[in-house]
Ligand binder design. Structure first.
Ligand SMILES: [Mg+2]
Length: 118
């Protein structure tokens, strides 16, 4: 069992102990993931790049970063479970696709979108 599968099992047990499956439609899970992403984004609101780069070095801010990243991962696992997605396989397949869109010879050191690569 992968670490992701073990974490998913733990998460589903947490959900089921609270009888929350009934609230976890695919739409609600996608909305919730995006709300958590908004909470992560909120940690950067009104800050300079320098202040944002310093967040991991501040104990309270680092905890907030960890918490929001974890919230996002947990909702992503619930979405994958709901939709029958093998996240590891999907991520590996997407990395391959990205590699085809962004070949090293064309994309190295460039921030151009793949449609703009020469
Ligand atoms: Mg949160």
């Amino acid at each position: 069992m992968s670490a992701l599968q073990a974490l998913t099992s733990e998460l589903l047990a947490f959900r089921d102990a609270r009888d929350w499956r009934q609230f976890h439609s695919l739409r609600n899970l996608i909305v919730s993931l995006n709300l958590e992403a908004g909470e992560l984004l909120e940690l950067t609101q009104w800050k300079t790049d320098q202040e944002i780069d310093a967040l991991p070095g501040d104990a309270l801010a680092a905890e907030a970063l960890r918490d929001e990243c974890a919230d996002i991962l947990l909702y992503l696992l619930l979405i994958a479970d709901n939709a029958g997605i093998d996240l590891l396989a999907a991520a590996q397949a997407k990395l391959l696709k990205n590699g085809e869109k962004y070949p090293v010879a064309k994309a190295r050191g460039s921030r151009a979108k793949y449609t703009e690569l020469g």
